[in-house]
Ligand binder design. Structure first.
Ligand code: GLP
Length: 251
């Protein structure tokens, strides 16, 4: 595992965008696993800037997103499909058919989950998966649980996630209670993982994920078993992990 420590959110965004850019430059036909939330917004802005400068093209890239709220239409302002359109896809040279997000309106949840897994397999798997980290250690929407969930599934969101994400909705009641998410096995299947974290409110989750035992109560801790993980974090987010003596890379 490589850990890059940077000063703040802006540097974290630039560093993570550099790693994604390197992936796309080395393999223009990369399959990128993408994430939502406030963490990747700056990363996507940086990628858009490099695309506009002519330094980067997504023309041959395929993308698969981690998750989607159950019950939200693609054009709902808070759907993750809409988030991706607004924050990345509408601003780069990727064709709509090359971007994939679970269908929040799917009637048959089991069928949708199977479809999404088959889609990822048909693309040849994920080359680089970008992840953010929930305050409770969740990745995608894999919530703390008694066991690690394997493949794409429909999940009941925990109170702490509803608490954290209600800020994006008009009211707590209007926030969906369920979501489709890639499972832990799906995420671990990615050839490379890039985890981006920022802010001291993530310090505890980062610490528990990488300095503690691997356990389903801290879903992100499973990344300790992945052979190619890069963690990019700002100093506040890495503070507790550093204090535990974990080695940080020089850039
Ligand atoms: C949501 C998403 C996750 C994301 C997490 C952290 O719950 N499903 O993929 O990593 O939020 O969000 P933020 O980056 O806003 O802290």
């Amino acid at each position: 595992m490589r850990i890059y420590e940077v000063a703040d959110y802006q540097e974290m965004s630039r560093c993570a965008a550099n790693l994604i850019s390197a992936q796309v430059l080395l393999n223009p036909r990369s399959v990128l696993g993408l994430a939502t939330g406030s963490t990747p917004v700056g990363i996507y802005s940086q990628l858009i800037e490099w695309y506009r400068k002519g330094d980067l093209s997504f023309a041959e890239v395929q993308t698969v997103n981690l998750d989607e709220y159950h019950g939200l239409a693609p054009d709902h302002p808070q759907s993750y499909r809409n988030f991706m359109q607004q924050n990345l896809f509408d601003h780069i040279d990727i064709l709509p058919q090359q971007t994939h997000v679970p269908n929040g309106l799917a009637k048959d949840a089991a069928k949708e989950c199977a479809r999404y897994e088959a889609l990822i397999a048909s693309l040849g798997g994920i080359d680089l998966q970008l992840l953010g980290l929930g305050h409770n250690g969740h990745i995608g929407f894999n919530e703390p649980a008694a066991a690690f969930a394997k493949e794409t599934h429909l999940v009941e969101l925990t109170e702490s996630t509803i608490e954290a994400n209600t800020r994006f909705f008009e009211s707590r009641e209007s926030m969906p209670r369920q979501a489709f998410t890639m499972g832990i096995k799906t995420i671990l299947g990615a050839k490379k993982i890039l985890l981006a974290v920022s802010g001291k409110e993530k310090a505890e989750a980062v610490y528990r994920s990488f300095a503690g035992p691997v356990e389903p109560g801290v879903p992100c801790s499973i990344l300790q078993f992945h052979p190619d993980v890069t963690l990019v974090g700002d100093a506040p987010a890495l503070s507790k992990l550093k204090a535990a003596g974990v080695r940080i890379c020089r850039k």
